[in-house]
Design a protein around this ligand. Structure first.
Ligand SMILES: Nc1ncnc2c1ncn2[C@@H]1O[C@H](COP(=O)(O)OP(=O)(O)O)[C@@H](O)[C@H]1O
Ligand SMILES: [Mg+2]
Length: 308
């Protein structure tokens, strides 16, 4: 079983001063998957990733990475994009990428060659001989990301990789992550932005206040919430409201409400019998964002928006 896991941890705890910022985290990342660690700012995501990587030691708990006794023994087969970005500003892009590979044991000549291919595939072929300091912040971040995969790691750990990228570069990053997964790598990434997680994650953990509040697939998370109906009566939109569930909200000529526990059919029969008719009906499962709000609470999200 353990051999199927790229990362596994039990009961991780970390104190900063007397604050227990990671409070007993278990995590199991199956090999070959894209795994998300989601949570509001300050949840303990970065601290958890740093413990998993062996950059800091946990105060309690155990973890293994790629089967090694200490995660640092796996550093040559691991790639890492830290939350604080940084490359040497005077290095050219190709050299910066090859340099990051060399730090993980990749021969320079191989690194340079791969750097050219990686830059071309990312649409940055024109920047090979450009110095880092000449790049936009987002481009420099992409180059750093290429540097974290140049040695073709088995495991790629990305801390908030989408932060600081514009939508075009975010899309490039999504493609890059999918490409790495297709190559056979395991990807573990943190984010507080749900849209990327919803598209990319094959499994995820939601962390808040240093504890894991949810573990499962995106579909599992979304299934925590009831379906929503969007109903457009054919006649007398106002009148139909009297038959609808209490949470029904009027939206121009239609209504939105939670599908009742006994399903939508009997409600529709009552509406048709009442002469309101149906000119439109759709049923939607709420998205990961709504599931996230339910799991971590609206307050945590409000804190996050204020911090952003
Ligand atoms: N080196 C540190 N010293 C003291 N407090 C820290 C340190 N790093 C993080 N913290 C605190 O620990 C909590 C969790 O931080 P972090 O792991 O960075 O959360 P996240 O990545 O989910 O935003 C936060 O309240 C943060 O202020
Ligand atoms: Mg963080």
């Amino acid at each position: 079983m353990t051999s199927e896991l790229a990362v596994s941890a039990r009961g991780l705890v970390k104190y900063f001063g007397d604050r227990r910022v990671v409070d007993g985290v278990d995590i199991a990342v199956p090999k070959g998957l894209i795994y998300g660690v989601l949570g509001p700012n300050g949840a303990g995501k970065t601290t958890t990733l740093r413990m998993l990587l062996g950059i800091i030691e946990p105060d309690e708990g155990t973890r293994t990475m790629l089967g090694r006794a200490h995660p640092r023994e796996a550093s040559d087969v691991t790639g890492y994009l830290p939350e604080e970005r940084g490359l040497y500003p005077n290095m050219k892009c190709r050299e910066a990428i090859a340099f990051m590979g060399a730090l993980r044991g990749l021969p320079w000549a191989v690194g340079r060659k791969r750097a050219d291919t990686l830059l071309e595939n990312a649409g940055l072929g024109h920047a090979k001989d450009e110095k880092i300091r000449k790049l936009s912040k987002g481009m420099a971040q992409l180059v750093q990301l290429l540097g974290s995969v140049v040695h073709e790691p088995e495991l790629l750990v990305l801390d908030e990789p989408f932060s600081g990228l514009d939508p075009v570069n975010q899309e490039k990053l999504e493609k890059l992550i999918l490409g790495e997964r297709d190559r056979g790598a395991t990807i573990l990434f943190s984010t507080h932005v749900m849209a990327h997680a919803e598209r990319l994650c094959e499994r995820l953990s939601i962390i808040a206040g240093g504890k894991v509040r949810f573990e499962g697939t995106v579909a599992d998370a979304r299934a925590l919430l009831p379906m929503k109906a969007h109903y457009t009566p054919h006649h007398n939109v106002d009148g139909a409201g009297a038959l609808l569930p209490r949470d029904a909200e009027r939206e121009n000529g239609s209504w939105r409400f939670t599908v009742p526990p006994d399903g939508i059919e009997s409600l529709m029969v009552r509406l048709i019998d009442g002469g309101f008719g149906v000119s439109g009906l759709s049923i939607e499962r709420p998205g990961l964002h709504d599931a996230f709000v339910k799991i971590v609470g609206a307050d945590a999200l409000k804190d996050q928006e204020e911090a952003a």
